[in-house]
Design a binder for this molecule. Sequence first.
Ligand SMILES: [Fe+2]
Length: 288
Amino acid sequence: MPDQHLTFVHMTDLHVNAPGMEDDMLFNDTSATLRRTLAEIARMEERPAFIIASGDLTNHGEPESYRALKTIIEEAALGIPVIYALGNHDAREGFAEVFAELHDDPSKPFDHDRIIDGLHVIVLESAVPGEIGGYWEQGQIDWLKSRLADQPELPKLLVMHHAPNLDPEVTDMEWESLSVAATEELRATIAGANVVGILSGHIHLDRVSNWYGVPVIVGIGHHAGTDAVALPGEFNMLDATGFAFCTLRPSGLTVTYVQHPQTREVRHRLDMNEILAHIAAQKANAAE
Ligand SMILES: [Fe+2]
């Protein structure tokens, strides 16, 4: 645990598109939103040690969009390391083409770790191509075990686009999270390790859970916030974005959410029946 405290930023679901790209499924100028977050970080009183970007870095995963992301980060010139994770909107090929210095083999999940100021940051790719929900590929849990065993005295911060599943009995909602099976594998793997928190995105909601004693932090992200108080069956995406900064003290993790100006107007309505039909079709295909 750091002696005093360590501050870092959590941003998620950036959904950046290449400039000028037409996209019916983008409900916000996500490049401008990213610039806004970076400008806010620049004026933070305590300079963060690093920035986490926990997946859905782009809206569709083309190299041009990763190039746009890289340019925005470079132009901000914060001089703060950005630690990337991939989400279900990302594409390993596109990411690897532009960020080859970070990941040059798109046949493998983008799992990586790094120690910064005494905190061991472990990033796992929870997204599987073609799926909305999160799963582990073969070898990822073994890799996580090896990372947790490395310098076990150091606190571990896990980053994964999909947060653990909180309601295993609700069988048609696995697309919102890690699958039930992947969640159980994660729980068994980190039991007893000094995991100070899990940072995630995916559901476009500011949400904090105590998951078997581990804080699971989800951010609303930069695209369109989920309407947390919608009626059953409604799924509204709102004009609502933001980021968070986190402080790790000897006592544990604090997360402070920073909202961007927002109207909470509905930008898009998703049809829950369509989502559930899509998930059911995926399950049927998988079972064949
Ligand atoms: Fe997203």
